[in-house]
Design a protein. Structure first.
Length: 207
């Protein structure tokens, strides 16, 4: 499988975090904001494309395959309880989903530069999108399963410096932990709002 990107671009993030504290959003102002050290941000910007995607361009696809192997129910959820491909490696929807994950993390790292407010907002909105799959059986623990399998692939990356590898994995762990926790929070809030709306619905007239 080809990498999501054809060329490597490294853009140095801003050191200033004062703007992050001054901004709020209706969807995230009560959520924990994303925080990461400057050194960790540099490592993610340096190695996400040129190391992770160069060595494992199919990392997100492989991660999803591992998740489905661990929990076959996930196959039905992704398919929205419709027809599932026997050969998952050739399933177009799974390929698109994996590509979307790849681009999402690239956006957080290289477009949003791991900015606290921007990451918080993007992740929360993604959680809202994922709630749409709740009707097909999606549960928050699937995100934890995904994170565990992804970290397994990170451990297999080759670095010239073992300390830098460990620091990169830790930086990615900080990011993915925040992503899964915030998406779970968004999922939970959507669930509560849906339950509240259901209670407000008038009861059907008695026959």
């Amino acid at each position: 499988m080809r990498s999501c990107f054809r060329r490597i671009v490294y853009k140095r993030p801003s050191r200033s975090s004062s703007d992050d504290k001054a901004r709020t959003s209706p969807s995230t102002n009560t959520c924990p904001h994303f925080t990461m050290s400057y050194d960790h941000k540099e490592l993610l910007q340096k190695h996400y494309r040129q190391t992770l995607l160069e060595q494992r361009p199919d990392v997100f696809h492989k991660t999803m395959l591992m998740c489905i192997q661990s929990s076959p129910k996930l196959n039905e959820i992704i398919a929205c309880q419709m027809y599932c491909f026997r050969d998952l490696t050739k399933w177009p929807k799974l390929n698109r989903l994996s590509q979307a994950q790849c681009y999402f993390f690239d956006r957080l790292i290289h477009e949003l530069h791991l900015d606290s407010f921007a990451v918080s907002e993007a992740v929360y909105q993604l959680g809202i999108i994922h709630f749409r799959y709740a009707q097909y059986g999606l549960k928050p623990h699937f995100l934890d399963l995904w994170r565990q399998h992804l970290e397994g692939f990170l451990e297999k990356l080759k670095f010239e410096n073992s300390d830098e590898k460990a620091a990169f994995i830790e930086a990615f762990r900080v990011l993915t932990s925040y992503v899964t926790e915030s998406m779970n929070l968004a999922y939970s809030r959507c669930q509560q709002e849906a339950a509240a709306r259901a209670k407000e619905q008038p009861a059907p007239p008695a026959d």
